[in-house]
Design a binder for this molecule. Structure first.
Ligand SMILES: Cc1ncc(COP(=O)(O)O)c(C=O)c1O
Length: 389
């Protein structure tokens, strides 16, 4: 008889399923009955992967590039990222410090193994992308959640870092822009967080997966300010390659060897085809497609933010990046799960309950994604108005 899960102590029991998956499954069921559902729950771009990337993927297949690659990824792709950091952020990052991973998810798993030991505490925002908390649980460590609200742009303040830091705290994990809130850490805030972590010998990890999909002029990478920080990024969002499962991490020089050993053991290498396809992401014609898409997301954001305010929701005046609006629904409900359930069942609008992202005021929030076209967003707003006003 295999060992049973201990109901009191097993960290796996702290890992919650995503409520959004239940919403998506039910939405599909309703669609199969012929109903039109407006999808405002989905956390991935509605655009398919840009044509030059698909073509490069096909060429890689035809050329038989179907084998394992070095654990850290193919040299050409890492060199593209070296050039990208120089061009976008004006920072020099040695190729060895960049490891290509199976999505940001693979990168987060690797970094959790690299940086976290049983019993450690990791500071992070509440609300935040739920997997982060779960990776910490998987390491038998403790997420130390910092409640962040609208008045502080949903990002932790320096006073809070001080307040929530405990004797076992070993690191600080931030995201800019954030999922689910779409807010960023301004340059000065990021610098302050990095100084804080450095002074207290805590590691700093920044999830930069929504970089590129931002609507502000200045969105610094933490690497501009702190070369000892760890970065997670991905080809999923801005580069529109969710299904290819490709991301990357940047680690400080002294962690390169161990990170490679972990990569070899955890997944051997990221997909070879995806890596060769991603080379095309750095060509000017592909970059132009990404820019067009970013502008489309910005137009959707402008429309949605205003329309949601007109209905009576409270939300940030400044959704600075990603493709989410984190909306306070308290004028209409204090139970986001019931609210989402009723909107889906009775009005055909799919949203993600705030309870997916944390505990702090989560039952009076929902995440609304603008990952669907303008016509669908307009229909979604019409249905929300009909349901609530
Ligand atoms: C903040 C954040 N980090 C990481 C991920 C994982 O993305 P992927 O594994 O597709 O790169 C996501 C996906 O939604 C995310 O929102």
């Amino acid at each position: 008889m295999p060992r049973q899960i201990n109901e009191d102590t097993d960290p796996l029991l702290k890992i919650n399923p995503f409520r959004v998956m239940t919403v998506m499954a039910r939405a599909q069921e309703l669609e199969s009955q012929g109903l039109r559902i407006v999808h405002m729950e989905v956390g991935e771009p509605d655009f398919s992967t840009a044509a030059p990337i698909i073509e490069a993927g096909k060429r890689a297949l035809d050329a038989g590039l179907t084998h394992y690659t070095p654990a850290g990824g193919i040299t050409e792709l890492r060199d593209c990222l070296v050039a990208y950091y120089a061009e976008q952020y004006g920072v020099e990052v040695n190729r060895e410090r960049i490891l290509i991973t199976p999505g940001a998810s693979g990168g987060l798993g690797l970094l959790a193994n690299l940086l976290i030991r049983a019993g450690d505490g990791i500071l992070l925002s509440d609300p935040a992308y739920p997997c982060v908390r779960n990776f910490i649980h998987m390491m038998s460590a403790h997420p130390q959640l910092i409640p962040v609200g609208l008045s502080q742009n949903f990002q932790p303040t320096l006073q809070q870092l001080e307040q929530y830091c405990q004797s076992n705290t070993s690191g600080l994990w931030l995201a800019s822009p954030s999922n689910p809130t779409g807010t960023i850490l301004e340059r000065a805030e990021l610098k302050a967080a990095s100084d804080w972590a450095g002074d207290r010998e805590k590691h700093l990890l920044v999830d930069e997966i929504y970089h590129g999909l931002h609507y502000v002029d200045d969105l610094p990478s933490v690497l501009e300010l702190d070369q000892s920080a760890f970065v997670v990024n991905s080809f999923s969002k801005y580069f529109g390659m969710t299904g290819w499962r490709l991301g990357w991490i940047v680690v400080p020089e002294e962690y390169v060897a161990t990170a490679n050993i972990l990569a070899q053991n955890l997944y051997i290498s990221a997909s070879s085809i995806a890596q060769h396809a991603a080379l095309a992401a750095f060509q000017p014609e592909t970059r132009a497609i990404f820019e067009e898409r970013r502008l489309a997301f910005r137009r959707r954001r402008d429309f949605l933010a205003q329309a949601l305010k007109d209905i009576g929701f409270s939300l940030s005046d400044n959704i600075q990046g990603a493709f989410y609006v984190y909306v306070d629904i308290s004028r209409f409900s204090d139970d986001c799960e019931k609210f989402c359930h009723e909107l889906l069942e009775q009005h055909g609008v799919a949203l993600t309950p705030g309870t997916d992202f944390g505990d702090f005021e989560s039952s009076r929030h929902v995440r609304i994604a603008f990952t669907t076209d303008m016509e669908s967003l307009q229909l979604g707003i019409e249905r929300l108005r009909a349901a609530l006003l």
